[in-house]
Design a protein around this ligand. Sequence first.
Ligand SMILES: [Zn+2]
Length: 259
Amino acid sequence: MTLVVTEAIVLHAFDYLESSRILRLVTRDAGVRSVLARGAKRSRKRFGAALDLYAEGTAELQTKVGRDLDTLSSFDVARARPQLAAQMSRFTAASTVAELTLRFARDDADPALYDAVAGALDAIAAAGEDRVRDVALAAAWRILAELGVAPTVDACAECHAEIDKGAAAMFSHPAGGSLCARCAHLARAGRTLPASARAALRDWLGGTLHPLSDPNDVRAHQRLLREFVREHLADDRPLRAFDVWERDDWSRSATEAKA
Ligand SMILES: [Zn+2]
C-alpha cells in the first residue's frame, strides 16, 4: 500500500453496495483515479462535502500496484462549487467537461491538465447564463489541448504550410485540423470553417475566452467539437453528457412550457 496525498476534484460519483460510494477523481499528482469511499453513504461526517460533484480539495488515497480501485481515506474540501448544480446550463456544461476528462485522461501525473479542469469548472460556475456555452467550448478545447489532442488552426495538418489567419479553411477531423488550399483539394471530406470560427478555435486552444452571441455559431462549434472528439477517441462508447449538453433538451422544453 502506498499513501498518496494530492489535490483532487470529484468528476463522477455513484453508490456502491449499501454504504459506500465510488468516486472518479482527477488529481494533480496521480492522474485520473477511481476511489472507494467506504461508509460514505452512511455517514457524511467522514467525508463531508467530498461526495458532491466538482468539489475540490486534498485527498488521501491508498493505492496498490495492479489494483484499479484506490481507497479514499480522507478528503479535505477546499472548494465545493455549488453553483454548478444550481443551474441546468452550468450543470450540463460541467458534466461535459468531466466526461471529456474521464474519457481521455490517463493515470499519470498531469498538473497542467488538472489546472485546466479546475479553471474550466470555475469559469463555468462564474459565467452568466448567456455565456455558459462558449465558456464551456473554450474549456473543452483547452482540456483537449492539454491532453495532446488539439487540432491545428493556422498550420496545415497535412503539409504544415501556414494558412492565412483571415481566410476560411477546410477542417478535416481525420487529418487533425485545418488544411491549406492544396491539401484541401486532395482531401476526401471536411468542413469549411470561416475565418471567424477559426479565430474562436485559436483563442480557445490558447486559453483565451471568445464570446459567441449567435446561437447558430454555438451549435456549429458544438458539432465541430463533437465530431473531433469522436474521431480521436479510442472507442465507440456514447458521450452521454455531451449529448445532453448539445441537444439542450432541458432548456427547449422549459421554453416550450412557458409559451
Ligand atoms: Zn497542406
